[in-house]
Write a protein that binds this ligand. Structure first.
Ligand code: NAD
Length: 300
């Protein structure tokens, strides 16, 4: 069993840390929000991120964006505090450049670092079924594997440091395009007299079938237990999706790639966020752009 420092205990990090503790690891937990520290069952509460980085074998972070990751490792001094030979794993979704810069600074201090963004949402974090998309050295991934296997069901090695972030950015651009497209198709059906439940079932079993239809339907009342059926509360925030789409645009600019679908979808999300003050709602609330009568519905 390992001693693990875990910083960033939000929608994703909290349940991930709890799963590690439940598997028997000693997990030293810290977040800027004290209530989140207390909420990690089995975790050992720490007074600071530096305390969570003291005398650990592995250090894991799950923060909102690149500025938080650079701030934690480089400015707050987590890299300087970690024991030589420790493994650092950043599971946040951030820009590949920051992932590479922090990993290079870690290597200078004798610390192996992985970027390991995740897919699978809050349900995956709770159930320990996340997919880890890893960038970094293969032997560092093998050292992290026992922990990945507690928190997740799949581990992919995308390539060198930063490659995990690039793969994750590609995935989330596709996810956003699919979610907006699904909301649009459902709205077209409803405009023409179809029941969104019936239409969802038809498309799920047909060539339009996709992840949103299977497990994350954006139309309220179609599927139980998803954000659309609780006023788009919880889940994956519009603010985080617009962040990921902005990362996709920057990445595309750097590689001179053409991403018209991603660009359009990013702008749809921006309009939605500004029109409906939707930043703190789940990203499936993009349905509101197409169905204004749903805005502010039950639970939102
Ligand atoms: P969140 O906002 O719920 O949690 C982030 C946590 O980090 C917050 O509790 C915040 O207080 C804490 N934090 C920020 N700076 C800190 C610091 N310096 N020290 C200690 N704590 C600090 O976000 P989340 O939904 O858990 O997402 C985290 C990351 O995972 C993001 O990069 C997101 O894009 C990615 N992600 C989220 C989902 C999802 O479904 N929510 C799915 C896949 C990936």
């Amino acid at each position: 069993m390992s001693t693990v420092g875990f910083v960033g205990l939000g929608n994703m990090g909290g349940p991930m840390a709890a799963n590690l503790a439940a598997a028997g690891h000693e997990v030293k937990v810290f977040d800027l929000v004290p209530a989140l520290i207390a909420g990690v069952e089995g975790g050992t509460a720490q007074a600071s991120a530096l305390d969570a980085a003291t005398d650990v074998d592995v250090f894991i972070s799950m923060l909102p964006a690149g500025k938080h990751v650079a701030g934690l490792y480089l400015e707050e001094g987590v890299l300087a505090r970690l024991p030589k030979g420790a493994l650092a794993i950043d599971c946040s979704t951030i820009d590949p450049e920051t992932a590479q810069r922090v990993a290079a600074a870690a290597a200078d201090k004798g610390i192996a670092m992985l970027d390991a963004p995740v897919s699978g949402g809050t349900a995956g974090a709770q159930n320990g079924t996340l997919t880890f998309i890893v960038g970094g050295e293969a032997d560092a991934l093998e050292r992290g594997r026992p922990l990945f296997e507690v928190m997740g069901a799949n581990v992919f090695h995308a390539g060198a440091n930063g490659a995990g972030q690039i793969a994750k950015i590609c995935n989330n651009m596709l996810l956003a395009v699919q979610m907006a497209g699904t909301a649009e198709a459902l709205s077209l059906g409803v405009d023409n007299g179809l029941d969104p439940k019936v239409l969802s079932e038809i498309m799920k079993q047909s060539s339009g079938g996709n992840w949103a239809l299977n497990v994350y339907n954006p139309f309220p009342g179609v599927m139980d237990g998803v954000p659309a059926s609780r006023g788009y509360q919880g889940g994956f925030l519009v603010d985080l999706m617009t962040k990921d789409l902005a990362l996709a645009m920057t990445t595309a600019e750097q590689s001179r790639s053409s991403v018209p679908m991603g660009s359009l979808t990013k702008n749809l999300y921006r309009v939605h966020e500004q029109t409906h003050s939707a930043g703190r709602l789940d990203f499936s609330s993009i349905q509101w752009l197409y169905r204004p009568e749903l805005v502010g519905g039950e639970g939102s």
